[in-house]
Design a protein around this ligand. Structure first.
Ligand SMILES: O=P(O)(O)OC[C@H]1O[C@H](O[C@H]2O[C@H](CO)[C@@H](O)[C@H](O)[C@H]2O)[C@H](O)[C@@H](O)[C@@H]1O
Ligand SMILES: O=c1ccn([C@@H]2O[C@H](COP(=O)(O)OP(=O)(O)O)[C@@H](O)[C@H]2O)c(=O)[nH]1
Length: 725
């Protein structure tokens, strides 16, 4: 079969397959909690099982890697191999990797209970394309990535610093021709004949499931019992054939289920059986393909009562074999198949035994006309949405995704080559370093916004950055500007001890730490709008848990980065509507939508505009005989904030360097610190163009012409009066 086996030893199989896959991921992905005693045991063994899981995935990766040839597509399947995409991409990031999940992906609220939640998501995201059976599962996955990892969910998939992982639904199908053709075979016809004779005079109901908790076998049998109880006239006219294929027999939960089902079947057969017939025929084994096809073909009503099921192919197979009989499918709404066969099937909630019992009655007595219509609908679907089509669509989508990604990467700035940054720095003589503050020099914040002391952290310089910053700022060949949206007080508190420039409120206020604050904004700015905007912000802060707003001197910001991401976004949209309709409708204001914030400020106040003024200031102040020959921006400057000098276009993009070779190590420390703290695996820089010829980020303008000297207005901070000097 051209398969290459991956041999796992017994211990790994036990910890990886029986343990982590089937005792942890399987019940979790199917919304089934563990029994109390197992829960504690699982908690204790979790780490060793997860280690075995990673090890087993790595073993698969090693084998794939050994056989991989350039251009191959690698398609990883199911929850057993969630770690594989990452392992493969680590070997070769050009490998085309897809991952498909055959089970449901649960709500992010369920996924977040998993201790390894983030690691698993990140490994899957290493794939180029991630597929699920239904849109709901895909939606849950994207939502887990946004809520747990704090990444951006887009209609296309999940974005992580410019890298998009495509996420989409690819409902599986079956090879329907194989089933329809099998029905013509003499041995299948023979089986059908035997079955018809065996159950002559009785309607045949069928269940075909692995003996798994997710399949809702006890619920199905109990519903059948209820039906017999309430419809005595049907007792000798209907039989339920339940094929329960043994599975995962080493897992204790499955052993318990077997006994439970036997007990219920025995009880019902004892209750409703006669000397010559029993209502339930229960088989603890699998059938061969031909027997199964025959059984599907003679069935009047198929019962699929999965509590959760990725898709459920049995329902497709039943439909494929019903061209002549046109039997009825009763299908759980919690099976993926309900999304595609729902229109022709009778959908039921498997937890509602009364509803299933009523549906059994309805199905058995359904008119031929209705059966025909329902069947046609589903038959058409099964015939057209085949497994071949499913596989071809996934693979072609994967190839397209790679092509699109290549086009995208041309637009995304390339990664910062750290060594080049260091080399250029050490060769330069007049460096300008522009640093952001929030999300750059202070503490990173957990995606779930858990840091209780978040507001504190937000405004506090990270202790690890103090020493590098001190050395940098004392270097006479280096000018540092901290350019932040934060107010003056915050910058004063954190940076007064350094020799540097501070630009507060996006550059409205500027000072060198050796002198007083000044502003370059026009006098007598109309700030009448503030109160009404504040009123709106207060309203939304009260109604959006963990959001807050900050009233600055020239602007006001509503921030929801610690709030529930999705709710925050909805609230932000609503808030904007309130603003447009009210306070800002007539005012000359800029409304800036950040990643997780909304800021309102006077027109013209932006980091882009500010940088020009700042440069004018520092260039004139320093006299600047030597042109700036190195520019470095480290920041979380929002996308599309273009510095006036087109210094760079930064979105969590880092350019970093140090003057003195002795400081190289320190610089590397800095880079590593920042990249690890903010998961900036994609340090980026962009070629810059000012004024001409094209310069790289590290060599700014040999021919730099400082802008005209600006008018300076000194701020009298003590009594808070602005006056022009
Ligand atoms: O190998 P087993 O442990 O006996 O399990 C059999 C397979 O069960 C799961 O199947 C899922 O995939 C089906 C096709 O996509 C889908 O229709 C069904 O709803 C799922 O349960 C499991 O995901 C497979 O890996 C197992 O091999
Ligand atoms: O005796 C049996 C009973 C079932 N099946 C097959 O097992 C599969 C079950 O797939 P499904 O998607 O319904 O559920 P899963 O077991 O994968 O969760 C179907 O293709 C059935 O034809 C089988 O080969 N022999």
């Amino acid at each position: 079969m051209r398969c290459i086996p991956v041999f796992l030893d017994e211990e790994i199989v036990n910890q990886y397959y029986n343990g982590y896959c089937n005792n942890i991921l399987w019940p979790l992905f199917h919304y089934l909690g563990l029994p109390q005693e197992d829960r504690l045991a699982t908690t204790r063994t979790f780490q060793s099982q997860f280690d075995a899981y990673k090890k087993a995935n790595q073993m698969f990766a090693d084998v794939v890697n050994k056989h991989y040839e350039e251009g191959d597509v690698v398609w990883c399947h199911d929850y057993h191999l969630m770690f594989l995409p990452k392992c493969l991409k680590q070997y070769n990031d050009k490998m085309k990797v897809g991952w498909f999940l055959h089970t449901p992906f649960p709500s992010s609220e369920i996924h977040r209970t998993l201790p390894s939640r983030s690691e698993l998501l990140r490994s899957v995201l290493a794939a180029d394309l991630v597929g699920f059976h239904t849109y709901d599962y895909a939606r849950h996955f994207v939502s887990a990535c946004t809520r747990i990892l704090g990444l951006e969910g887009t209609p296309e998939g999940v974005e992580d610093h410019g890298k998009l992982t495509r996420v989409a639904a690819f409902p599986i199908g079956i090879d329907s021709d194989r089933f329809t053709q099998a029905l013509e075979l003499p041995e299948v016809q023979e089986h059908m004949k035997e079955l018809k004779e065996r159950f002559a005079g009785r309607k045949v109901m069928l269940g075909v499931d692995r003996l798994d908790m997710i399949k809702g076998i006890p619920q199905k049998i109990l519903a059948f019992e209820k039906f017999l109880e309430e419809n005595s006239h049907w007792r000798d006219k209907v039989v339920l054939l339940q094929i329960a294929v043994p599975t995962r027999k080493d897992v204790p939960e499955y052993q318990k289920l077997t006994s439970q089902v036997h007990e219920i079947v025995g009880r019902i057969n004892g209750r409703f059986g006669t000397l010559t017939a029993v209502p339930i025929h229960h088989l603890d084994r699998s059938l061969d393909f031909h027997e199964l096809c025959a059984l599907y073909a003679v069935t009047d009503v198929a019962l699929v009562t999965s509590l959760r099921d990725g898709m459920n192919l049995v329902s497709y197979e039943f439909v494929a074999c019903q061209a002549s009989k046109k039997g009825v499918l009763i299908l759980s709404e919690f099976a993926g198949a309900a999304q595609s066969l729902g229109a022709g099937a009778i959908l039921v909630n498997p937890w509602n035994i009364t509803e299933i019992a009523a549906s059994i009655g309805y199905a058995l007595e359904m008119s031929a006309d209705e059966r025909e219509k329902r069947h046609q609908f589903n038959f058409k679907h099964v015939k057209t949405h085949t497994s071949q089509e499913w596989a071809a669509t996934f693979v072609s989508e994967l190839n397209d995704t790679i092509v699109e990604a290549q086009l995208r990467t041309r637009q995304v700035p390339p990664l910062l080559p750290n060594k080049v940054a260091v080399d250029c720095y050490s060769k330069s003589n007049n460096r300008l370093i522009i640093l952001g503050f929030n999300a750059t020099l202070n503490e990173p914040v957990d995606a779930l916004g858990r840091a209780g002391q978040i507001r504190e952290l937000e405004h506090k310089l990270h202790s690890n950055t103090k020493e590098p910053l001190k050395k940098l700022s004392d270097d006479p060949k280096t000018t540092i500007v901290v350019l932040s949206g934060s107010g003056r007080a915050v910058l004063d508190k954190n940076f007064s001890e350094f020799n540097m420039w501070l630009a507060a409120e996006n550059g409205i206020f500027l000072r060198h730490t050796s002198s007083e604050w000044m502003t370059t904004m026009p006098e007598n700015l109309n700030m009448d709008w503030v109160d009404s905007v504040k009123h709106v912000f207060e309203y939304f802060t009260e109604r959006t848990p963990r959001s807050h707003f900050e009233l600055r001197e020239m602007s006001i910001v509503w921030n929801y980065k610690y709030a529930d991401v999705e709710f925050g976004r909805i609230q932000a949209r609503d808030l904007l509507q309130h603003l447009w309709a009210g306070p800002i409708s007539n005012a000359s204001l800029d409304v800036v939508q950040g990643g997780r914030s909304v800021e309102v400020r006077t027109i013209g106040v932006s980091k882009g505009a500010a940088i020009d003024r700042i440069l004018g200031e520092i260039v004139h102040k320093k006299g600047m005989k030597t042109p700036i020959d190195y520019v470095l921006c480290v920041g979380h400057f929002l996308a599309k904030v273009t510095f006036h000098l087109r210094l760079c276009y930064c979105y969590r993009k880092i350019m970093i360097g140090l003057a003195d070779p002795k400081l190289w190590n320190l610089m590397k420390m800095c880079i590593n610190f920042l990249s690890q703290s903010y998961h900036l695996n994609h340090l980026q820089y962009q070629e810059l163009c000012y004024p001409n010829p094209i310069l790289t980020g590290h060599h700014l303008c040999q021919n730099y012409q400082p802008p005209p000297k600006p008018v300076r207005r000194q701020l009298n901070t003590r009594n808070n009066v602005r006056c022009q000097t």
